[in-house]
Design a protein around this ligand. Structure first.
Ligand code: AGP
Length: 610
């Protein structure tokens, strides 16, 4: 998730672009860059790290010109470095890009075979080379970009300019956001509204398949192949702060809503349906036969993901999996040998306990891997020297309470389980195709849950003043009960406890009364009946029951005070869906109680202390 800004008009482009990028820094901050065309020449300035580093470069080497493009990067391919920073320039063509070009390796090979030399490790540079090679064949910029789009596959929102045609910006969208801002004698293009709000409130929201050419006098929109598309401007009256949250009240709410895209982006480019194979770019799980045991270690929400991962890997790949809190693993002198794989899960990649735990395991001979959301983070770098890193593509997660990172961690674990199952022969091609088909249903199914948020709000209103909650689940939904409880307590400061539903009679049942809501996860699957009988025990003691169940379950309403139905999916994928209503319940209870949802008291986004 990167930040893109483009400007064409009669004012100095640099100031407008840099201020726009500042409004988008929440989208990524590994590096930043700007390219401005003046007098038929392209000036480029780039810097690693935060935007202030680019400011410094520009103060020493300013750029003049009234057309330009800029970018703040959230690295997905190619480590954060100046050479990998956007814009990328080839023969006077410059490009900034947000997304993932799935076939960039084959394109890079083909372009290299034509003698083209690459300066970066990014997939984006491919776009600049393709456009430049089309221009070199005699095409002008617009047809050269259209021909480029035909060659690339994947998610992209890019903006391209040419010093040979310095009167226009060309942009196109597929699965990644881009908006056009309309001005007087000037026009803007950006990844998100905040970048342009200081200059215009009139926007055109490009849709997948849209192609736009911006000049000082106007904007023309067509499909990729040139069919005109009507321009439908919309007026946006958000404040700049609201705009950074995309109109959401909190970053956490925005990030809950980003989950369909984040899940789709984490799957994208890693699944070959015809081979029924998963390609774990960047992770050499090595000779899967060599590993005879996995330890998954993490903290907090990532630990709950690890608990779900145990079910996925043991069920699909039939490898024994232990799950350890990192703060415990690092001190318990674990029995580890070179046939042990240790997998760290960390959104930030900086959690000290997790980093220390995998270092300890590595010194004991383990191959260490990571699932991370931040490229080149400390945990990612440590594992890159051993078994490798599988990145979630959730984009920056600003809210302290982890949401989209969690669901994309579950997707990453599922991909690893399928990869190992296919490598070890415990998963047939047909079964893998079926599981992967179910996985691809997840973004739409999360959208279905989000579309019924109103019923979650009415449930939250009924229980917002309770002081204690119990969350119950079985099997892969037991960790979801733990996660739902953590979400509630960390943002609303209400005591909540997650429990294995089967443990009710071993103590927690003493807690049940009409003042304490119990949230149960009783979705269709092998443990449904058992879970329902546990929930009936709650009902029999006048407990308030909120139940997450599967669409079509007509029976559950007989015992529940409130029911929220989720779409049916494979029991191992189900947790990716069932967590979403629990995220929303926690969010709305906290919001109703007025706590600081995005920065709850006493918490930090990344715990880099012991
Ligand atoms: C989750 O909502 C919390 N913010 C916290 O438990 C978090 O999951 C934990 O600190 C681990 O962070 P990491 O994933 O960045 O390692």
């Amino acid at each position: 998730m990167c930040g893109i800004v483009g400007y064409v008009g009669n004012r100095e482009a640099t100031t407008i672009i840099i201020e726009g990028l500042r409004r988008l820094e929440y989208r990524g901050y590994d590096s930043a860059g700007i390219a401005v065309v003046d007098g038929g020449k392209t000036g480029i300035r780039r810097a690693v790290g935060k935007l202030r580093n680019l400011d410094k470069v520009l103060s020493e080497q300013p750029l003049a010109g009234t057309i330009g493009i800029g970018h703040t990067r959230w690295a997905t391919h190619g480590r954060p470095s100046e050479q990998n920073a956007h814009p990328h320039e080839v023969e006077g063509i410059t490009v900034v890009h947000n997304g993932i070009i799935e076939n960039y390796l084959e394109l890079r090979r083909a372009l290299s075979a034509q003698g083209r030399k690459f300066k970066s490790e990014t997939d984006t540079e491919i776009i600049a080379h393709l456009v430049a090679s089309n221009v070199a064949k005699g095409l002008s910029l617009v047809p050269a970009v259209r021909a480029t789009i035909e060659a690339i596959r994947g998610a992209f929102a890019f903006v391209i300019q040419s010093e040979h045609e310095p009167d226009k910006l060309v942009t196109a969208k597929n699965a990644t956001p881009i908006v056009v801002g309309l001005g007087e004698g000037e026009n803007f293009v950006a990844s998100d509204i905040p970048a342009c709000l200081a200059h215009t409130r009139v926007f055109v929201f490009l849709r997948d398949g849209d192609f736009a050419v911006l000049t000082r006098s106007g904007v023309e929109i067509t499909t990729f192949d040139g069919t005109p598309v009507p321009v439908k401007p919309k007026r946006i009256d958000w404040s700049p702060v609201m705009a950074e949250k995309g109109g959401h009240k909190h970053f956490m709410h925005k990030e809950i809503y980003e989950q369909p895209t984040a899940v789709a982006d984490t799957i994208r480019g890693r699944v070959s349906m015809e081979e029924a194979r998963v390609h774990l770019d960047g992770v050499s799980i090595g000779d899967a036969q060599k590993l005879n045991r996995f330890i998954i270690t993490a903290c907090g929400t990532s630990y709950h993901a690890a608990l779900v991962g145990k079910f996925m890997i043991e069920s699909i790949a039939r490898i024994p999996v232990e799950v350890d809190l990192a703060s415990e693993l690092r001190y318990r002198e674990p029995v580890i040998d070179e046939q042990t794989g240790v997998l760290a899960i960390s959104q930030s990649g900086e959690t000290l306990d997790t980093l220390a735990a995998i270092k300890e395991c590595r010194t004991r001979g383990a191959t260490i891997f990571a699932i991370c959301n931040v490229l080149e983070s400390s945990i990612a770098r440590e594992c890159a020297e051993s078994g490798g890193v599988l990145y979630t593509h959730a984009g920056p997660e600003i809210g302290v309470a982890s949401t989209k990172a969690f669901t994309t961690q579950l997707v990453a674990l599922y991909l690893i389980a399928i990869h190992l199952g296919r490598e070890r022969g415990t998963l047939s091609k047909e079964d893998a195709q079926e599981l992967l088909t179910h996985l691809r249903e997840v973004p739409k199914q999360i959208e279905s849950v989000l579309s019924r948020e109103a019923s979650i709000i009415s449930i939250a209103r009924r229980v917002a003043k309770a002081r204690d909650f119990l969350y119950l689940g079985r099997g892969p939904n037991y960790p979801i009960a733990l996660e739902g409880a953590l979400k509630l307590k960390e943002i609303s400061y209400i005591h909540a406890e997650g429990y294995a539903a089967g443990e009710m009679k071993h103590g927690p049942i003493a807690l049940i009364d009409e003042k304490m809501p119990t949230i149960g996860i009783a979705t269709a699957g092998p443990v449904y009946e058992k879970t329902v009988s546990n929930l009936e025990e709650v009902k029999a003691r006048d407990g308030k029951l909120i139940i997450i169940a599967t669409e079509g379950d007509a029976r559950i309403a007989e015992i529940a005070d409130d029911v929220f139905l989720v779409p049916k999916n494979d029991p191992l994928i189900d947790p990716i869906i069932t967590v979403v209503p629990l995220q929303l319940i926690a969010y709305h209870i906290a919001d109703l109680n007025g706590t600081d949802v995005d920065q709850p008291r006493n918490l930090a986004k990344s715990v880099t202390v012991e």
